[in-house]
Write a protein that binds this ligand. Structure first.
Ligand code: DAH
Length: 349
């Protein structure tokens, strides 16, 4: 019966060869399982040999059994190894690291949003806090509380989209799309006591026909500071600092008297034209100066409307058009470019 040991030796050689051949063709966990059944299953030659062991005397059983168990462990080991190889292998064709990569298209903020961010970041260090208000507004906040009476001609300069919807509060007048961000001044002062320093970015609407400098929707940033003592000098200090942060330290400003119903005195702020430095050119319409915002000391009637004691508070306000500032900063000559969503334009920012 020394033959049995020999037959085990032979089996070992055959199985090891055959295992490699079959594993080389097994590419999935399922195929590997089939190979396992063939080599280690109940009917496999190896297990059959193990079963026959009992029929041999102990002196033969021991060496043959040892051999068979070593073989069994080696096969198990190879199967596990191959399975891991298959499971961790990347799917699909092998990776060609020399192929050019596919570019990731990165989005960005719209130039108007970028400009709003620039404006706000210039004002936040001066202690202003960001506040927003509704785009659908009552006549009262858009006009009356801002000292723009019903039949006052200045009301026409803020030509307005009125809504058909009935007003939920008839005392506050009709509903409209706000024509400026100034109503948010009133809303905030109604709710809060001074000291106040707020900036209000947002959309505003006016029924203007589209042309290179008009759009029925555009953006403004409003500012308001109220305290016990706030002077025109504070107004100039804040706005000059703001303008230099925005347009460069060397920028010259000019405060030109103007009229706004909600401020008194009022002014428009001009900056010296960067193209001609004040000499007059086509950019500034030969004026040498470019208007960038309106401002003034808050009118006592506005304080009265919000219930402030006129003698105890002083404040200044300012308002600017975002698109206008973006156009000046980037040399853009048509406001419609901001709203046409033409990527050839937008991708430049
Ligand atoms: N609301 C004005 C407009 O839309 C801009 C403005 C001017 C706002 C003077 C102000 C201000 O706060 O003081 O034309």
């Amino acid at each position: 019966m020394g033959d049995f040991f020999q037959s085990v030796e032979q089996l070992k050689g055959e199985l090891e060869n055959e295992l490699e051949i079959q594993l080389a063709q097994a590419n999935t966990a399922g195929e590997i399982e089939l190979v396992r059944v063939k080599f280690l299953g109940r009917k496999s030659p190896l297990i059959q040999h193990l079963k026959q062991l009992a029929e041999f005397p102990p002196d033969q059983r021991a060496p043959a059994g040892k051999e068979l168990n070593i073989l069994k462990t080696a096969i198990e080991h190879r199967l596990v190894e191959k399975k891991q190889q298959v499971l961790t292998r990347p799917q699909g064709p092998p990776l060609d690291v020399t192929l050019p990569g596919s570019a990731v298209v990165q989005g960005r903020l719209h130039p108007v949003t970028q400009t709003i961010h620039t404006i706000l970041s210039a004002l936040l260090p001066l202690g202003f806090e960001i506040v927003e208000g509704p785009e659908t507004e009552f006549e009262y906040y858009n006009f009356d509380a801002l000292n723009i009476p019903r039949d006052h001609p200045s009301r026409e300069s803020f030509d307005t989209f009125f809504l058909d919807q009935p007003s939920p509060d008839s005392k506050k007048g009709r509903l409209l799309l706000r024509s400026h961000t100034s109503p948010v001044q009133v809303r905030v002062m109604e709710r809060r006591k001074p000291p106040l320093r707020i900036v209000v970015p947002g959309k505003v609407y006016r029924p203007d026909p589209l042309d290179p400098s008009h759009s029925f929707m555009f953006h403004q940033v409003e500012g308001l500071m109220v305290d016990e003592r706030t002077s025109f000098a504070d107004l100039k200090g804040v706005l000059e600092r703001f303008v230099r942060t925005l347009f460069g330290e060397g920028t010259r400003t000019r405060f030109r008297p103007h009229y706004f119903p909600f401020t008194e005195p009022s002014a428009e702020v001009d900056i010296a034209c960067a193209t001609c430095q004040g000499a007059g050119c086509s950019t500034c319409g030969r004026k040498g100066w470019l208007e960038i915002m309106g401002c003034g000391m808050v009118h006592p009637n506005v304080f009265k409307a919000v219930g402030y004691e006129v003698r105890r508070v002083q404040g200044f306000a300012f308002g600017m058009g975002v698109e206008r500032i973006a156009m000046l900063k980037h040399g853009i000559t048509d406001i419609r470019l901001f709203f046409e969503n033409d990527l050839r334009f937008l991708e430049q920012f």
